[in-house]
Design a protein around this ligand. Structure first.
Ligand SMILES: [Zn+2]
Length: 430
């Protein structure tokens, strides 16, 4: 019995040591599961030479390559490029759950209906605490890809299914259902000009993968003795909300107004002042078109130094429009971070040539009028002067004649009077 007792004690000690050691060495290890989007027959987005499925896989493999160089982390793929079947969202989340993942990251590239959206974005769960985990990691990923690759930042967003009231995207919904923070990275748009320029950069998919991996390492505070990188857990200071559900922005921008500010006649450009506000997710793009409801338009970044001149604040920008040969009614529209659009009343833009002609005519006629006015007034004055002098001379002459005549008459009367008086005296003497 004693011997059995000793064996039991030894076994207990052994078990305690074994599990304790395991906890000590493996309990702290971070597990990250990377989910390359699509697979099998599901190729995802396809546009010209780009097929999303292959791009997702390549970026995911680069994430694994880079993240594996950090200490204290295990990183897995939900599937590799030999997979012939498109795994369901549930299967992918189950793989992450089986691996005891601390984070599930789904890798994608984007396309849009009108092929005009551009930029990089993150989708996270709308529900606390997963929203905040996704936001914290998403912000670091966006920061790296925006700063290092020159992408436009479309932000971190949520989407809720109308039917289920759960997260709309299956991978996020299934991930958080297993208690795993889950995000989708939409790296950029394969069908849009501006983003395709970025996709032409050398090693762009490798850079995406490495940036994502470095961001994950910063989020978890993973260091790499091999790469000589020392990270601490990066705390996000930007999150103010503590709400349980973070609803997506489904409202249009609150206000928009467009008006001609100035016209540069020398360079054939009209400057339009565009004023707008959005109380939800914030403004993202602006556009202009000739048909009010035209959605198939080129989008310009709101308040961006390159495309919008002299941004004064978040609510006002000055947009330059090259003037053409005919009058045009332009409709300006603004878009928020969720691509909700609000269109302003039309602005009539008159061609610069017409405007220059009109302006010159105006100036010429103004000058002619001025000249005429000046001529008219000087002639009148001259005439008036001449008239004044003649009248004056005539009056003076008349006055002189009257004066002389009256003097002559007076002298004559006096003389007559004297002659009469003498005659009377002579008559008396006689
Ligand atoms: Zn996709």
């Amino acid at each position: 019995m004693k011997r059995i007792g000793y064996i039991a004690v030894y076994l207990c000690l052994f078990c305690l040591l074994w599990f304790g050691w395991n906890d000590c060495c493996y309990g702290k290890e971070t597990v990250v599961v990377i989910d390359p989007g699509h697979g099998g027959d599901n190729k995802g987005g396809e546009f010209e030479q780009y097929t999303e499925k292959y791009m997702d896989m390549e970026v995911a493999e680069y994430i694994v390559e880079r993240l594996s160089e950090y200490d204290g982390v295990s990183v897995y793929l939900t599937h590799d490029d030999t997979e012939t079947k498109d795994l369901t969202r549930k299967e992918r989340a189950t793989i992450a759950n089986d691996a005891d993942a601390d984070f599930l990251i789904s890798v994608h590239f984007n396309m849009s209906m009108n092929h005009n959206l551009y930029g990089t974005e993150i989708w996270t769960s709308a529900f606390s605490p997963y929203y905040y985990d996704g936001y914290r990691l998403g912000e670091i990923i966006l920061e790296k890809n925006v700063e290092q690759l020159g992408l436009f930042n479309r932000g971190i967003k949520t989407r809720i299914s109308d039917k289920t009231n759960k997260d709309y995207y299956g991978i996020i919904q299934n991930g958080v259902a297993n208690g795993i923070p889950t995000i989708i990275i939409e790296h950029c748009h394969i069908d849009e000009e501006r983003d395709r320029e970025i996709l032409k950069q050398a090693d762009v998919l490798k850079n995406f993968g490495y940036n994502d991996a470095d961001a994950i390492a910063e989020y978890f505070g993973l260091s790499s003795s091999k790469l000589g990188i020392l990270n601490e857990v990066r705390k996000n200071t930007d999150i103010e909300s503590t709400e349980d559900i973070i609803y997506p922005d489904t409202e249009k921008p609150h206000f928009v107004c467009a008006a001609i500010d100035t016209i540069d006649y020398d360079n054939n450009i009209a400057y339009i002042k565009l004023e707008a506000t959005d109380n939800g997710s914030g403004l993202q793009y602006y556009a202009y078109c000739e048909n009010r409801d035209d959605e198939n338009v080129k989008l310009y970044p709101w308040n961006d130094d390159i495309d919008a001149l002299y941004p004064t604040d978040n609510n006002q920008i000055l947009v330059s429009i090259p003037l053409e040969n005919t009058d045009k009614e332009l409709y300006f529209a603004v878009y928020d971070k969720y691509d909700n659009r609000l269109t302003a009343e039309e602005v009539t833009v008159i061609p610069a040539i017409k405007t220059i002609d009109a302006r010159e005519n105006e100036l010429n006629s103004d000058n002619e009028q001025n000249i005429v006015e000046i001529t008219n007034s000087s002639d009148e004055k001259e005439d008036a002067k001449k008239n004044f002098n003649i009248v004056d001379a005539v009056i003076v002459c008349l006055l002189v004649i009257i004066a002389i005549a009256s003097t002559v008459v007076l002298v004559y009367i006096c003389r007559l009077d004297r002659i009469r008086k003498r005659k009377r005296k002579n008559v008396k003497r006689d």
